[in-house]
Design a protein around this ligand. Structure first.
Ligand code: EZ4
Ligand code: CO
Length: 405
């Protein structure tokens, strides 16, 4: 069996996605997700110009060798663009192997370790009351874990809230250039503990809660927040600080028992090696699309397991249903799976382009037994939804200083 043709497909069914289709000489094909939010065309060009020509004629069954060829074989290793491109190839090859074997990918990884996949949903709002109403709705729908994000008074448009938009898929549209949002660490730190205090007063402790700081605090500020949130028993605090210095998390750890999660922007194990081996984190949030595919993330999970670190893959709507399916196969296998971020596949446009093997009920994802990843991409429908240049926002402190979004 040989790789005969590879298509790089960019479409925008509600938001931009980059999809790779690897077609074999026997007609079997595999799909991969290569979406990097706000940098989509960079990955598309990397694939088209630098990866696709090297793969034509190769044996698609040699997943490990092809991965090593694209990673180790490239002198300019790592980075989000490179690793998303490699990830798409890797996902597509696992998809092909599963279809040829007539087995779902989770069977090739080692089989099921659990019945279903626990997810965390997003509750957000303009005020604490509205955020908690949203939490109440999600509890009624059966969610077991929910992330709470609320507009900080005086800082309209705070991360994780929707502004005038109805849902996350819409967050990309009408953005000719990056929007700018204000940030104040003191306003945030003085407000967030109240959100969680009121959540516990209203809903008790029978629901697990998460909060995403989105890397806006320094390590000592994260430690301060962690201590303030300790009474409210969070499942974890997400992206408390950036970890360019991996020792940042030791600083946080020395001061608070709040469990820590990080990793959605990580590209390789090297971004997390000390975080894991020093046991300064509890959940690794690396996604299959942004860290090179199923092949390396499986190794990361095994490494993390040695240090009691669980996997909690990034699951924002800017990962395509192909990534969500790949992560479902991975999650149902991973012995050290923790929780999956998931808010559903909302829009009809999205569902007209992608079909997937996931069934979502009671806050759990169930996976059917279709061979491979079980996803498909309707190329014809996708042509109705043209790529639409779009950016993530940037953040400035109130005096104008650029800060982490
Ligand atoms: O901001 O995926 O936990 N989820 C997140 C996401 C990220 C986006 C960036 O493209 O932090 O909402
Ligand atoms: Co996050």
């Amino acid at each position: 069996m040989k790789i005969a043709e590879i298509k790089v497909l960019v479409s925008s069914p509600g938001r931009n996605f980059v999809t790779l289709k690897v077609i074999t000489d026997e007609g079997v094909y595999g799909l991969g997700d290569a979406t990097v939010n706000g940098r989509e065309m960079a990955v598309a060009a990397y694939l088209e110009e630098h990866v696709v020509p090297c793969l034509i004629g190769r044996d698609p069954h040699q997943i490990e060798d092809i991965w090593q060829y694209l990673y180790k074989g490239a002198y300019w290793r790592k980075g989000p663009i490179t690793m998303a491109a490699i990830a798409a190839v890797d996902m597509a090859l696992w998809d092909i192997k599963g279809k040829v074997a007539d087995l779902p990918v989770y069977q090739l990884l080692g089989g099921k370790s659990r019945k279903h996949i626990t997810t965390y949903g997003h509750a957000n709002g303009e005020t604490i009351e509205k955020t908690l109403d949203h939490l109440g709705n999600l509890i009624e729908k059966g969610f077991k874990v929910v992330r709470l994000q609320c507009v900080i008074p005086g800082l309209g448009g705070t991360y994780g809230t929707l502004g005038k938009k109805k849902n996350y898929e819409e967050l990309q549209s009408d953005r000719p250039l990056p929007p700018e949002q204000p940030w104040s660490t003191s306003k945030y730190l003085n407000f967030i503990p109240d959100l969680f205090r009121q959540a516990r007063e209203r809903f008790g402790y029978n629901i697990q809660l998460v909060h995403d700081v989105h890397s806006r605090l320094t390590p000592i500020e994260s430690a301060q927040l962690g201590k303030l949130l300790e009474p409210y028993n969070l499942m974890f605090l997400e992206d408390a600080s950036i970890a360019d210095n991996q020792s940042n998390y030791q600083t946080i750890r020395q001061h608070t028992t709040v469990p820590l999660a990080i990793g959605e922007t990580f590209n390789t194990i090297w971004d997390a090696k000390e975080l894991i081996s020093n046991q300064s984190i509890d959940y690794l949030r690396t996604s299959i699309t942004h860290a090179g595919g199923i092949t390396p993330v499986k190794k990361m999970a095994n490494f993390a397991d040695l240090y009691n670190v669980k996997m909690a893959p990034h699951g924002a709507p800017d990962l395509s249903p192909i990534c969500h399916a790949a992560q479902a196969h991975f999650n149902i296998w991973a012995p050290n799976f923790g929780v999956q971020e998931f808010i559903g596949f909302g829009s009809d446009k999205l569902n007209s382009v992608f079909t997937h093997p996931l069934h979502f009920e009671n806050g759990f994802i169930y996976l059917n037994d279709k061979p491979g990843l079980g996803v498909d991409y309707n190329e014809e429908t996708a042509t109705n939804y043209k790529y639409n240049r779009s950016y993530l926002p940037v953040t400035r402190l109130e005096d104008g200083t650029l800060w982490y979004w």
